[in-house]
Design a protein around this ligand. Structure first.
Ligand code: AHR
Length: 655
């Protein structure tokens, strides 16, 4: 499906040195490099929302990732024919079988259940069913896990069921509790499983066993470790910490292609993602697996709240990834209503129908919403129907919510005469291409048109690799230092132009690094069941987003392949210079700060450097990380030597 979609990617050779240097050396002239920051004037305001996050369900970003649920296929709906990811548990002296049982559904929304039949079991030889989670159940010492399940028994059996976290070989029980009181009616049971002082491992599974023959049906089965802010249907703490550390000002959700779905009926079904998890059937995600929809609309909004980031809500706009579209006119009216209702769920007070629903879901206070994106990458719509679809959806939204900023997914689209407040431009390029185009980025940009949102971007090391095509991946799931250099020059370019580029976010954000879990490379943050790590690109973004001034200072760089940008913090007078050295040798760079007579002699320098192929991983999470040092002898004109292949932030303090 994707190769033709992505044929827009351009390839370029990495220039070893700038053209100016080549000309200079050919003619024997010693052209001296320079980097000048003009501090006499500001080239505009730095957008305070410049750095944010983009997410969607891809690479097991939520299920098996940020969403802390540990049970895979918890509703037994992932496959209509068999209870995938569940297995019968027995030993030589016990016996059990499992099967889907759609004739005995949990409820209207979860139209199936799992029938567990134990024909032979004793206390010493239990039998039952187990789930290995998303590439293992993470066992941590002295940790409380919340297990819940729906169960009903056949007449004559009332329990007990033993619920436990056990090693894969069944020999070590990390935590265990009993459930009794089963009847022939569905009931929800909840227990807390507490581990002792165990060695962390993911070689474990979750088991439900009987110590005597009996038959039970199981409905939605769930297991949560401690979550961020202790939210019951919450998020994994280690990944959340990494996201918060990026200082994101917004979150673009729920896609990406995920908002569109492969088919129209597989678009993000926001209204079906609300309420208790046993009311959420999930849906087919466009990246080849089924989403549990545990990450529903409310969870996205609370996620923003927890990060103190604002929501950039993408609404479905009648075009799906597989190529189908809904024509503007009466056919599109239900889609317009869906979008308007969704916004009411987010922002409506409790007197509105959807605002009342949000209150019933546990969040009476309306959420703040300023940005709504209409669709995703609608430029791929071969039928060219976006102008009319945008116009109709924008009219519907503006009639009720005139204050919202609407984002078009096609820059320069005519939109049937309607206005877009912002356009979303995506840019996946090879590092060499970013190095080439970032130098003069923004020169021809229309500064009187809509604001710009770079809602997806990433540097790829290899121009020939196709990010969506696993067969073409030659590198680890997360980017190397070479890609971070491409990211660095592109961020510097966006920052220099942040008077018009108001927001940007890298994509994809998350990847479960287990083989078979991913659909795209590279991705910013990698993890398995037990641990998470940031790539060099993650740290590059962190360095940029955590050191953002509020005034853009014009910069000129000459006779050097180094690129960069500069901003000032108008409160403190601090000047923040960001530089990227794409060369494999150290580069001495004369830096001049024009218009400043003196600076404090000590500056803070944050450096990310490494060989192009260096990267981080679950086993070496801190191989490439930023290092903070103090630089002495700083003056308005000074020379700084950048390490090979490096990104450097220099914080110059005013007197
Ligand atoms: O980031 C991966 C995908 O790339 C997004 O879902 C889509 O919008 C883009 O084509």
């Amino acid at each position: 499906m994707l190769p033709t979609r992505k044929s827009k990617m351009k390839h370029a050779l990495r220039p070893a040195l700038s053209l100016a240097i080549l000309i200079a050396s050919a003619s024997g002239l010693a052209a001296s490099p320079s980097f000048t920051v003009d501090a006499t004037r500001s080239a505009g305001k730095v957008s305070p929302k410049l750095y944010g996050l983009m997410t969607e369900e891809i690479n097991h970003a939520y299920d098996g990732g940020l969403y802390a649920e540990l049970i895979r296929n918890r509703a037994f709906l992932d496959d209509a024919k068999s209870p995938v990811n569940w297995s019968a548990v027995s030993d030589g002296a016990s016996a059990a079988t499992i099967a889907l049982d759609p004739a005995n559904p949990l409820n209207e929304k979860i139209p199936t259940s799992l029938r567990l039949t134990v024909t032979q079991a004793t206390k010493d030889h239990p039998a039952g069913v187990a789930n290995s989670g998303y590439w293992g159940i993470p066992v941590r010492p002295k940790t409380e896990y919340r297990a819940s399940l729906w169960a009903r028994a056949e007449a004559g059996f009332s329990g007990p069921l033993t619920v436990s976290i056990v090693s894969d070989d069944g020999r070590t029980v990390y935590a265990s509790e009993n459930i009794s009181g089963l009847t022939t009616k569905w009931q929800k049971f909840e227990v807390t499983l507490k581990t002792g002082n165990v060695v962390p491992t993911a070689q474990a599974r979750f088991a439900i066993t009987l110590n005597q023959p009996g038959a039970v049906r199981l409905g939605l089965v769930s297991l949560f470790p401690p979550t961020w802010n202790n939210r019951p249907n919450g998020l994994r703490k280690d990944i959340m910490q990494m996201l918060v550390d990026l200082n994101p000002k917004f979150l673009r959700f729920p896609g990406g292609n995920y908002v569109e779905g492969n088919k129209i009926e597989d678009r993000f079904p926001w209204a079906k993602t609300l309420g208790p998890i046993e009311d959420r059937p999930g849906h087919a995600c466009c990246w080849g697996y089924r989403s549990s929809d545990g990450m529903g609309l409310l969870e996205f909004l609370e996620w923003c709240e927890d990060m103190k980031a604002e929501s950039v809500l993408a609404v479905y706009a009648g075009y799906s990834l597989g190529g189908d579209h809904i024509n503007a006119g009466s056919e599109l009216e239900p889609i317009v209503k869906e979008a308007v209702d969704e916004i009411e769920y987010v922002t409506g007070d409790t007197n509105t129908a959807w605002g009342a629903r949000r209150a019933r879901d546990g969040h009476p206070a309306p959420f703040t919403l300023n940005y709504v994106e209409i669709g995703n990458e609608d430029g791929f719509d071969q039928a060219k129907t976006y102008d009319a679809r945008y116009a109709q959806i924008a009219d519907g939204i503006r009639a009720k919510y005139p204050q919202l900023k609407l984002i078009s997914t096609i820059p320069d689209a005519k939109l049937d005469g309607r206005k877009a407040d912002m356009v979303d431009m995506h840019d996946y390029s090879a590092t060499d291409e970013f190095i080439k185009k970032s130098r003069n980025y923004g020169a021809g940009m229309n500064r009187s048109g809509p604001e710009i949102f770079v809602g997806e971007w990433a540097a790829h090391e290899d121009a020939a690799a196709r990010p969506w095509d696993a067969a073409s991946w030659k590198l680890p799931p997360t980017p190397t230092m070479k890609a971070a250099i491409g990211d660095g020059v592109f961020m510097a370019a966006m920052e220099r132009n942040s008077d018009i580029i108001k927001m940007n976010c890298y994509a994809p954000l998350l990847v479960n690094v287990n083989p078979g879990a991913r659909q795209w490379r590279p991705d910013l943050i990698g993890y398995d069941a037990l641990s998470a790590y940031g790539s060099p690109s993650y740290y590059a973004i962190q360095m940029f987003s955590r050191n953002l001034g509020d005034e853009i200072l014009p910069v000129t760089f000459a006779n050097t392949s180094i690129q960069g940008c500069a901003t000032r913090d108008s409160q403190t007078g601090e000047i923040i210079v960001k530089l990227v050295n794409p060369e494999l040798t150290p580069q001495a760079l004369p830096i001049e700060i024009k218009g400043v007579t003196s600076l404090k002699s000590k500056a803070t320098v944050i450096t990310l450097a490494g060989n192009p192929e260096d990267t981080n991983s679950t086993s070496h999470p801190k191989n490439v990380v930023p290092i903070t040092t103090t630089l002495s002898g700083v003056k308005p004109g000074f020379t700084y030597t950048l390490p090979p292949n490096s990104i450097v932030v220099i914080k110059l303090k005013a007197h």
